[in-house]
Design a protein around this ligand. Structure first.
Ligand code: GLC
Length: 568
């Protein structure tokens, strides 16, 4: 299935993106935009987004003002988990295009001065991966089985799973395979869906293969990798029982025998050496759900990866004291390892922040629409707060349009495998994956080329008014707020990278901090309360997420649930 880039030369990375002093440390303050290819733009009208679609919209991303684009997986995949089940790591799935399309996309992005980060899924493959298929065909004793976790079952006839681990998507983390003669055989481990067997990272063949895959994409010119389940590859020796059920609930608090094992760091040290061999600064970003920000910092020690997602920040509600605590904790945890702090509010796995904040605090999987107006007001304020913090920020496609989650998708259109594994009790990630509205008054709102054409998930009728076209040029729109915020962030000398904020005194429920540089200072106010609040006027207004603060003598009135930026 591997595709070849026949007769095309390897792209040399564009000077703007990968060479020269200008690119030094680009990742320390980068704004990185996540494209979920299935739902971004569909060039051929089959209802599924694709790489030519992304390519055609790159100027939109340049104009938005992002530094880099992270693409969720577009590799050959049966799509049992929306592409996070990879059958061939060096091929583009035909539903998304070809390797030539990937090549063109990387080149175009570089020409526009943006970098490209691709997703790497090293914890598991698809069950359709050639290795796994051969392992099944060859039966117990096959050397290929060493590359996964095959084990005999427990019980008189091996009818019970080898240990008590549960899948993140619900049910046991083991599935029993069939022997080549059709009789029940060994069990294999899958922390996610049964179609996603876990690799055995003790196998040198697995480690070699991934080093080669890294080089393949680095040779294609990509600027980095977002590493899926970066905390999962190494399992505790002997695969010990956990001794309790509802293991998912333990995830945020305890080190589990399948997550955040110290052995993963060896892998990142070897990958860092490969990344550093390439010109420009190619980066690795860990998707590591660890119990604490301090443990997350282990992934970004100087000889490991460059960044790790800050899920503790993502999980914090719109509440000043809690936000201040997580901001301090995040900055303090990253300082000793000299890594930039990252900030993120939404991605393809969690309820969009416009919907989280429309509801009472309740985690990252919310199933009710809540108070939409309140949610949007807070989401705009939260985004402006995030973009004022020192470090690198991640945006998820559609948040710049203020999109809410679609909470009322009918069950029959859902595709999230965890919805089905958990008998419809869990797994509502489709709600944040609905295709983007670009233009027009009829679905799919410019997502596909033809009005009335298909989209793999239905878009709500009210999304016509949320489209890029509807919001462009409207100074009150969320899209224009993001455009302005990213432009100010680029221009103001005290914004962007850095490791410090200076907290200012503020009334309860209000966050106020200052950032200083030799060329000018900056103040951010975030009022997380439902009431307007009076504070001292700090300087000249740069941008506000809500109604412009009213200046009254030496004081200003901050609107409820709003953030404002000030030049000092
Ligand atoms: C990561 C991805 C998620 C996927 C899972 C299994 O958490 O972000 O979408 O389902 O890994 O690959």
């Amino acid at each position: 299935m591997t595709q070849n880039l026949a007769a095309t030369s390897r792209p040399d990375a564009a000077p703007t993106a990968q060479d020269g002093a200008a690119s030094r440390d680009w990742w320390r303050n980068a704004v990185i935009y996540q494209v979920y290819p299935r739902s971004f733009a569909d060039s051929n009208g089959d209802g599924m987004g694709d790489l030519p679609g992304v390519r055609s919209r790159l100027p939109y991303l340049r104009d938005l003002g992002v530094d880099a684009v992270w693409l969720s997986p577009f590799y050959a995949s049966p799509q049992a988990d929306a592409g996070y089940d990879v059958a061939d790591y060096r091929a583009v799935d035909p539903m998304f295009g070809t390797l030539l399309d990937a090549d063109g996309l990387i080149r175009d992005a570089h020409e526009l001065g943006m970098r490209i980060i691709v997703d790497l899924v090293p914890n598991h493959s698809s069950d359709q991966h050639e290795w796994f298929q051969r392992a099944l065909r060859e039966g117990p004793g096959s050397a290929l089985r060493e590359r996964y976790h095959f084990r005999a079952g427990q019980g008189a006839n091996g009818e019970l799973p080898p240990n008590d681990w549960e899948s993140i998507f619900g049910g046991p983390a083991w599935t029993r395979s069939q022997n080549p003669d059709g009789t029940p055989g060994e069990w294999y481990l899958h922390l996610f869906a049964p179609e996603q067997p876990d690799f055995n990272w003790d196998s040198p063949a697995v480690a070699d293969e991934f080093r080669s895959i890294l080089r393949f994409w680095l040779d294609m010119g990509v600027d980095g990798f977002r590493i899926d389940v970066a905390h999962g590859m190494v399992k505790a020796p002997g695969l010990p029982d956990i001794g309790g059920s509802e293991q998912l609930k333990l995830l945020g608090n305890d080190v589990m025998p399948f997550f955040d094992q110290d052995g993963v760091h060896e892998i990142y040290r070897s990958w860092r050496m490969i990344l550093d061999e390439y010109p420009g600064e190619r980066i690795g970003v860990a998707e590591a759900w660890t119990p604490t920000v301090q443990r997350t910092a282990n992934y970004v020690r100087p000889d490991e990866l460059h960044q790790a997602f800050n899920f503790q920040y993502l999980g914090t509600h719109w509440e000043a004291a809690a936000l201040r605590e997580v901001i301090d904790l995040s900055l303090d945890s990253m300082r000793p390892v000299d890594a930039p702090t990252t900030w993120v509010l939404s991605n393809h796995d969690v309820t969009r922040h416009a919907t989280r904040f429309a509801n009472p605090p309740g985690g990252t999987q919310i199933r009710t629409a809540g108070d939409r107006e309140l949610g949007l007001r807070r989401a705009r304020a939260a985004s402006l707060l995030m973009l004022a913090l020192p470090g690198s920020a991640y945006l998820y496609q559609g948040e710049e349009l203020g999109l809410p989650d679609v909470t009322d998708l009918p069950d029959e259109v859902r595709q999230d495998p965890s919805f089905f594994r958990a008998s419809g009790q869990d797994g509502f990630r489709d709600g944040c994956r609905v295709p983007l509205p670009w233009s027009g008054t009829e679905a799919p709102y410019g997502f596909g080329p033809v009005a009335g054409g298909p989209s793999w998930l239905p878009q709500p009728a009210e999304w016509a008014s949320l489209s890029v076209e509807s919001q462009t040029g409207d100074p009150t729109s969320t899209l224009e707020l993001y455009r302005s915020a990213l432009a100010v962030r680029r221009e103001h000398p005290a914004l962007g990278g850095g490791t410090e904020v200076t907290w200012l005194d503020a009334p309860e429920g209000v966050l106020a901090f200052r950032r200083d540089s030799a060329e000018g200072s900056f103040v951010c106010y975030a009022n997380t309360t439902a009431e307007p609040v009076r504070v001292a006027a700090p300087g000249q207004l740069l941008l506000a997420s809500g109604d412009e603060p009213v200046v009254d003598g030496g004081e200003i009135v901050l609107a409820s649930d709003s953030t404002s930026w000030w030049a000092v």
